[in-house]
Design a protein around this ligand. Structure first.
Ligand code: PEP
Ligand code: MG
Length: 597
């Protein structure tokens, strides 16, 4: 991703070079503010040899720095605000773990003792060695974790060099031309730093490195702050206090924009703010199309606390509770049945009678129980989701019992991921029956009529629907995986990200077939993958007959607005035309036409 320099101009009259940088859009929206550059990486340090009698003093200098960073992380952890995104705590944990690992806490000390390197050089020598090992890793998620090790090393170096980052107070929310808000520009941002930025209400992030899975991306998304990562050269090309525009939808960063461009973006920004405010009014409005068809809008959640956002967005219930987030990052310590029950019950109670669809453990692939434990060559095709659960019946049974117990407190549905075979469905249903029988025997309450549904996310499932509709109470289409498996592209590999296309005719056929087969059999069909929350696809899915959408709560009101403006009688014929085509351009044009109807 590179830079296109254009005419030097500056909005406030002072001529400065305007240029545009391109990166990976990871968090939506427009941010306009002044650049705040983080000190360049401290990885450029002096190299010298220490005298024999100085070796132990050098060792203890490094030990003190390690201890200081440990304390710093501990303080950050203790001071985590209640509403901090859950990922932040997990990231701080990861950094603390890295810091305590002998590879960082002991190996550099050995280098000082054996090679007499100064402390900074010893630490960097070790980091370089570890980084080279990470470069060899094929899994892009794990490869990106190299950044964590470098961030930890940077913190230690900054302590030794006495250059810890001092952040200015950012302008208050809604800053103006005279007191503009700050946009962070950095080579990379550590999670601990993210936390500090959050308190100072910075309004956007740009980093040289990173991808969809980088921490900056994950945290920026959960904070709902525009961000563009992988903007190579940003931290060297952008200067302190440059005016910046981040277009988080397009992955574009404009430095020192002309007055004209600045005004255009300000207008877009205000229009977006007005639209957001207007959307809030729709919270209690039922999602009914112009010609009177009611649509169910559900929320995707990862933890019970997300129910608050779901309720605030006026969701009709939870369509996907990704239960694996209760299991991840716990050093493979599986949460007990009681612990799970409390969490499921919390979600059920928070939704006040609205249905909560709890998906059984979808562990594996890009969601291993613990980072680093993945050994399969093709984890996305390996022992994932229901395959893992059926291979670990005790874990599965405990989860099913916990879900069933929660069903005594409100409407619960069980959703099973990654099913492809009839025997998997049968074994799952047998396990549900066993869990029920055990609870009955123990006189523990549960809802005997709990619905059990299947995720349709493997092409084989979509092509063998009679096998599913005969056995299951409902279906939910996981388009994220359906696209991955249909098009044979790894959904977390940025090198094939350009091939990930929801509008590929094969994908559309599978979705449409699933909706039709479900309805023919008289069972509910939802879409719970990212497609459900993309307003550009709302009408297409309505036209295919979809009546249940499940998405991130932040997307719900925009989708509702699109539904309120849609007329099925006009959309259906156009959708039929789309479904008859196998030409990507024809499909893309026709989907655009749908927006205008
Ligand atoms: C999907 O695959 O579309 C889905 C909703 O599940 P996940 O993204 O958790 O795999
Ligand atoms: Mg999936």
């Amino acid at each position: 991703m590179g830079a296109e320099r254009s005419r030097p101009r500056f909005p406030a009259g002072q001529p400065m070079a305007s240029f545009t940088l391109h990166g990976i859009p990871v968090s939506r929206g427009i941010a306009i503010g002044r650049a705040h550059l983080l000190a360049p990486a401290a990885l450029d340090v002096k190299h010298y040899l220490v005298a024999e009698e100085q070796v132990e003093a050098e060792v203890s200098r490094l030990q003190h720095a390690l201890a200081a960073v440990h304390k710093e992380l501990q303080t950050l952890w203790n001071e985590l605000p209640k509403d901090a995104p859950t990922e932040l705590g997990a990231f701080i944990d990861v950094h603390a773990l890295i810091l305590s690992d002998p590879m960082i806490s002991e190996a550099p000390l050995d280098i000082i003792r054996t090679r007499h390197y100064n402390a900074e050089w010893a630490l960097l020598t070790q980091i370089d060695e570890l980084s080279a090992q990470f470069d060899e890793i094929e899994d892009p998620y794990l490869r990106e974790r190299k950044a964590d090790i470098q961030q930890v090393a940077e913190r230690v170096l900054k302590v030794m060099l006495g250059t810890e980052q001092i952040l200015p107070a950012a302008a208050p929310t809604g800053g103006d031309e005279f007191q503009p808000q700050m946009i962070i520009v950095a080579h990379d941002i550590s999670p601990a730093d993210m936390l500090q930025f959050r308190d100072r209400s910075f309004i956007g992030f740009v980093t040289d490195v990173g991808g969809q899975n980088s921490h900056t991306a994950i945290v920026a998304r959960s904070l709902d702050i525009p961000a563009t990562v992988g903007v190579s050269g940003a931290s060297t090309l952008v200067e302190q206090d440059d005016w910046l525009i981040i277009d988080g939808d397009a992955g574009v960063v404009i430095a020192n924009p002309s007055a004209l461009i600045l005004n255009q973006y300000r207008e877009r920004q205000s229009a977006a703010a007005r639209a957001r405010k207007k959307l809030q009014k729709l919270k209690k409005t039922p999602a009914i199309t112009k010609d009177g068809t009611e649509i169910t809008l559900l929320a995707n959640i990862e933890l019970p606390d997300d129910c608050q956002a779901a309720m605030e967005a006026g969701a009709n219930g939870v369509g996907l509770f990704r239960s694996e987030f209760l299991f991840m990052g716990r050093n493979s310590k599986i949460p007990s049945e009681d612990e799970q029950f409390e969490q499921y019950k919390k979600a059920v109670v928070a939704m006040k009678g609205r249905p909560v669809t709890i998906r059984t453990l979808d562990i594996g692939a890009d969601k291993p129980l613990d980072q680093g434990e993945q050994t399969a060559l093709n984890p996305a095709l390996g022992l994932r989701a229901i395959r893992y659960c059926l291979a670990e019946p005790q874990i599965f049974l405990a989860q099913l019992r916990a879900i069933l117990r929660a069903s005594a407190f409100g409407k619960v549905r069980i959703l099973v991921p990654m099913l492809a075979h009839a025997f998997e469905i049968d074994q799952t249903l047998a396990m549900v029956a066993q869990a029920k029988a055990e609870l009955r025997e123990q006189h523990i309450k549960f809802d005997d009529d709990v619905d059990v549904g299947a995720m349709i996310e493997i092409p084989a499932a979509a092509l063998a629907l009679p096998m599913f509709v005969k056995r299951m109470d409902f279906l939910s289409i996981g388009t994220n995986d359906l696209i991955q498996y249909t098009l044979a592209i790894d959904r977390v590999d940025y090198e094939v990200a350009h091939l990930y296309n929801p509008l590929h005719p094969a994908v559309l056929q599978l979705i449409s077939m699933t909706i039709a087969a479900g309805h023919k059999a008289g069972i509910d069909v939802a879409v719970c993958g990212e497609m459900a929350g993309d307003v550009k696809l709302t009408r297409l899915l309505l036209g295919m007959g979809l009546r249940e959408f499940s998405m991130h709560p932040a997307q719900l009101l925009s989708v509702k607005q699109e539904i309120l403006n849609s007329d099925l009688a006009r959309i259906m014929p156009q959708t039929r035309k789309i479904m008859r085509s196998m030409e990507p351009n024809v499909i893309a044009d026709a989907v655009e036409q749908l927006q205008l109807m």
